[in-house]
Design a protein around this ligand. Structure first.
Ligand code: ZN
Length: 331
């Protein structure tokens, strides 16, 4: 297993009118990467430009941020060739490490669009260095800061300019090395890209991180089907994995995240959270996080549930009034 720290630059439509916009909002124009050995030392480099063909005009903001000109890209290779060369360079079963979740998703989308073999046709396990940075060094464990801020915060020397794929991969590799030496305990918190969902129950992903567990379910034909599925909606215990007694029934403050809580006789209060990941064809998969909580956590969840219920009532009332108004106009 090799660790590959990767960074991409991409271009987008300058008019928003191309027919490809929905399928390929961002076209990769540069791949930069660093190969690390098990001691987190740099042992290989990859840096290639790609000539864009879907959006051949460079979006003005892209060119401002990353200092690439169209003349540079005109000398770049085709995505099909460069990505193939890159994946061969990565070697077998690489673990890709990136700053934040978008690079893996865009790589998968570009591979699909250009009919290249995918990293994986289901979820891709990767290391989100931005997430690990917060876990290791930030008081707010969910904080996401820019790579340059992170580099400043832990005093890494800025010896090459930022915002080119190779240099950003280089700094991400340096940050990862710092995390690995200072806080090796956070390295186990791997991430999964779900640009493509698990196809069957056998392909589902389950990881027990110790302090919480994560399940990525198979694909369902739509949200309603997922929300009726027992695997998705049963309230379970982190340790036992089995259904437990309900304390707070499922509620959603926003239609994207769903929450519930239960109590296990052995392991105490447990929070369940489900995020629905939606795809273009209306199909979805569910990402379920199960985590032990204390009493104050349960109280917070109760308040959240009450607020969600109030909102739901208000919405219903508004709908009822609108309907009344419409029917009174008809008369
Ligand atoms: Zn239990």
């Amino acid at each position: 297993m090799g660790l590959i720290v990767m960074d991409l630059e991409w271009n987008q439509s300058s008019t928003g009118r191309e027919p490809e916009v929905a399928k390929l909002p961002f076209e990769i124009i540069e791949i930069g990467a660093i190969k690390l050995n098990s001691e987190y030392e740099m042992v290989g480099e990859f840096s290639e430009l790609i000539k864009p063909i879907v959006y051949p005009r460079l979006y003005h903001i892209t060119s401002k941020i990353i200092h690439i000109q169209m003349e540079d890209l005109a000398r770049g290779g085709r995505f099909t060739d460069v990505s193939k060369e890159f994946l061969e360079w990565c070697g077998e079963d690489p673990i890709i490490c990136t700053w934040g979740p978008s690079d893996i998703a865009e790589l998968q989308r570009n591979l699909r669009f250009f009919d290249c073999p995918l990293l994986n046709d289901g979820p891709v396990k990767y290391i989100d260095v931005q997430k690990l940075f917060a876990l290791a060094f930030d008081k707010d464990k969910n904080n996401r800061i820019s790579l340059e801020h992170a580099v400043d915060a832990i005093g890494i020397e800025k010896d090459i300019p930022f915002h080119r794929a190779f240099s950003d991969a280089y700094y991400t590799a340096k940050v990862l090395a710092k995390i690995a030496t200072g806080h090796p305990e956070v390295l186990k918190f791997v991430s999964f890209d779900v640009t493509f969902p698990p196809k069957t129950k056998d392909d589902e992903i389950f990881v027990d991180f110790g302090t919480y567990s994560k399940r990525i379910t198979r694909v369902f034909k739509d949200r309603e089907t997922a929300l009726r599925d027992r695997d998705v909606m049963s309230i379970v215990c982190t340790e036992c994995g089995k259904p437990i007694k309900k304390k707070i029934g499922w509620f959603s403050p926003n239609g994207k995240q769903y929450y519930a809580a239960g109590i296990c006789d052995v392991h105490g209060l447990i929070k369940n959270r489900v995020r629905i990941q939606k795809y273009d064809d209306e199909s979805v998969c569910a990402i379920k996080i199960v985590k032990p909580i204390e009493n104050d956590g349960l109280m917070k969840l109760q308040e959240k549930s009450a607020r969600a219920e109030e909102l739901r009532k208000k919405r219903k009332e508004a709908e009822r009034k609108a309907k009344e108004f419409r029917s009174s106009k008809k008369r």
